[in-house]
Ligand binder design. Structure first.
Ligand code: 1GP
Length: 252
């Protein structure tokens, strides 16, 4: 069994009230050279970790992709897999995501069973994470690909009950996900309701495009915010720098 190095680091940061900005790199959106450059700039800007994955990958280069990132930066490179095919022995850890907002057994346990022997063989650190999809204005890739319904955005208490169940089931983190490219981000009231009932770290992602949105999520109780699409926007790296800067500032 691998040690829990990455999770220990995340817990330590939480205990010291240090929040983080993580950047998601979808291998379909980057050449390896571009990803490496982006990873280096992200690290220099104060980004705490890189996530690698996507709801549907067209590339079969995930292993080379992850290896190149690991060689380029010292921050953790964490898998954020859409399914059991998105694994690499070169990753620092993986979010072992259970899509607990849905009722599709494939995303609750099926992919996990397929992935488990490979995780063991690779010696990867799995971080059990309760992944909750939140309604965000339009159908997102995760919603479509998983065939599940997101949580209603106006019902924070439903989200809180799911998060509490995840914590009781022994999961180590909660991920509140509006979906990549979401028009509406996870509502702060929902983050606050989840924060009020769980102690484990909370990650929030989907549709975060500026420092205001990032700070709003942190104020509501997020420990980690994730941006992905921002990199694809005009001046993407500049905007990532801005968000990372606002997260560091928030912690001062
Ligand atoms: C990771 O899906 C998010 O949780 C990333 O969302 O691409 O909208 O930043 P964006």
């Amino acid at each position: 069994m691998s040690d829990k190095k990455i999770l220990t680091g995340i817990r330590k940061a939480k205990a010291e009230n240090r929040r983080a900005h993580w950047v998601l790199l979808d291998p379909d959106d980057f050449t390896i050279d571009k990803a490496v450059e982006t990873a280096r700039v992200s690290q220099d800007s104060g980004v705490g970790a890189l996530l690698v994955g996507g709801s549907l990958l067209h590339t079969n280069q995930i292993d080379t992709f992850v290896k190149s990132l690991r060689e380029a930066v010292t921050i953790p490179v964490i898998l954020f897999p859409g399914d059991a095919t998105q694994l690499s022995r070169h990753a620092s850890a993986l979010l072992y995501l259970s899509l607990i907002s849905g009722r599709n057994p494939v995303n609750l346990i099926g992919e996990h069973v397929k992935a488990a022997p490979i995780i063991r063989q690779y010696g990867l650190e799995p971080i059990p994470t309760g992944y909750m999809l939140v309604e965000s204005g339009a159908v997102t890739s995760v919603e479509f690909m998983s065939g599940t319904r997101p949580l209603p955005r106006s019902k924070p208490s439903i989200a809180a009950a799911h998060a509490l169940a995840a914590q009781y089931l022994g999961m180590d983190m909660i991920y509140l996900e509006a979906g990549s490219g979401a028009s509406l981000t996870v509502p702060p009231e929902m983050i606050a309701a989840v924060r009020a009932c769980v102690d484990i770290p909370i990650i929030v992602g989907g549709g975060i495009r500026d420092r205001e949105a990032a700070v709003e999520k942190l104020k509501a109780g997020a420990d980690i915010i994730v941006t992905g699409n921002l990199l694809q926007k005009e001046n993407g790296l500049e905007r990532v720098r801005e968000v990372a800067g606002s997260v560091s500032k928030f912690c001062e």
